[in-house]
Design a protein around this ligand. Structure first.
Ligand code: GLY
Length: 386
């Protein structure tokens, strides 16, 4: 049985694991990633909205701070990755328009606008006519909307590929196998035993396995992150040259209680997402899921029915009990978490990489990431009123 050793071992090669490995290697730590398919994972399905403002929810003010910190980093982060790898990330500073189709949706959007205002965020209320002036293909029934010029997009598949390339350039070693069992030695994290029998050892181990993070064998029960899979179905359409520009920014809405968004890429792809389903590990694309997305998207932008349908796919978001990620050191020396990013994995990629690299080199999270350790859940339990 062979054995490999590094300063840092990252379990999981999705965008969160990759950015952690890249930033750690940049700081001079010898770093390895264990994943059968680095660059895979939820980012292969995600639409890539960087939607700190339009995805604001009541009770998530702390998460908003982290989301905004990451959004601010995006221009430099994308430029650095592109310069280093020569790869275009599809980073598009196009803004977002959230619209309402009926009185209920309009009330919901008004409420969101008020919350954004109270939170010091920039958004502008538009009439239906003003919305259509911005996006002429919107349905005549659109009754109003919120223009958010600060919510942009990136292509998560390109981001994944660039992070793999950046890791390779920084000397990160990829073990293209499954982490089968987490190993503890004495009172420290030791590494993992891989599916090929190889023993991977490291001074520090980062668990960044997305929705799989909550079920790694060998991890002590009290350290298992409370992460669950939340299924999202997404369809991709293609905008032929003759219809361009179809939409000039991300358009989204809540239709009869379900979120729908249309994310137009510069290369003509139009991503329509996403369902949100608590169905465990199921990744079946269903007729019902695709029907719901296309029906709701069609109510917003009737012209989508003309477009070729190029792909249907389902992925699993790593959901956490409070919708915020789990970051940094745990109760076990040498074990850190970078998981549970739920709906914000793409947005939170830059800040997660920086926060984890800081924690790996200093032992502490930077200020903005401190509220997001695993400890918040055990503290919440002991603080329950009796
Ligand atoms: N952030 C978009 C989604 O999770 O569907």
């Amino acid at each position: 049985m062979s054995s490999r050793t590094s300063d840092v071992l990252v379990i999981g090669g999705g965008i969160i694991g990759l950015v952690t490995a890249w930033r750690a290697a940049q700081r001079g730590l010898s770093t390895a990633v264990v994943d059968p398919e680095p660059g895979g994972g939820a980012a292969q399905v995600a639409a890539g909205m960087l939607a700190a403002v339009t995805e604001l929810h009541h009770g998530e003010q702390r998460l908003l701070g982290l989301n905004l910190a990451s959004a601010r980093r995006y221009p430099d982060f994308a430029a650095e990755l592109t310069e280093l790898t020569g790869l275009d990330l599809g980073y598009r500073r196009c803004g977002t328009l959230a619209v309402a189709l009926d009185a209920d949706d309009r009330a919901h959007l008004r409420e969101l606008h008020a919350l954004q205002h109270r939170s010091g965020l920039e958004s502008e209320w538009l009439s239906g006519r003003e919305c259509r002036r911005l996006e002429p293909l919107l349905a005549p029934g659109v009754r109003g909307g919120l223009r958010v010029d600060g919510d942009h997009q990136i292509d998560p598949r390109r981001l994944s590929a660039a992070l793999v390339a950046a890791c390779e350039r920084a000397g990160v070693v990829f073990h293209r196998v499954w982490a089968e069992r987490f190993d503890v030695a004495g009172d420290r994290a030791a590494g993992v035993t891989a599916s090929d029998g190889c023993v991977l050892r490291a001074g520090q181990v980062v668990l960044a396995a997305g929705s799989l993070s909550g079920r790694l064998a060998g991890l002590p029960e009290d350290l298992l992150p409370p992460v669950r899979p939340v299924k999202g179905q997404v369809v991709r359409l293609a905008v032929p040259e003759r219809y361009a520009p179809f939409l000039s920014r991300t358009v989204r809405a809540v239709v009869r209680g379900s979120h729908v968004y249309l994310v137009p890429r510069e290369n003509g792809e139009l991503v329509v997402g996403a369902t949100s389903e608590e169905l465990g590990w199921d990744t079946t694309v269903t007729a019902g899921g695709v029907y719901q997305l296309l029906r709701d998207a069609h109510e917003l932008v009737p012209g989508i029915t003309e477009l070729p349908l190029t792909e249907t796919r389902a992925g699993l978001r790593p959901g956490s009990p409070d919708n915020a990620p789990l970051l940094g050191p745990t109760g076990l020396d040498g074990l850190l978490l970078a998981t549970g990013h739920y709906r914000n994995g793409v947005l939170l990629t830059p800040v997660t990489g920086d926060a984890l690299a800081h924690a790996l080199t200093t032992g502490e999270l930077p200020e903005e990431a401190r509220p997001f350790t695993l400890k918040r859940f055990s503290t919440a339990l002991t603080e329950q009123p009796v």
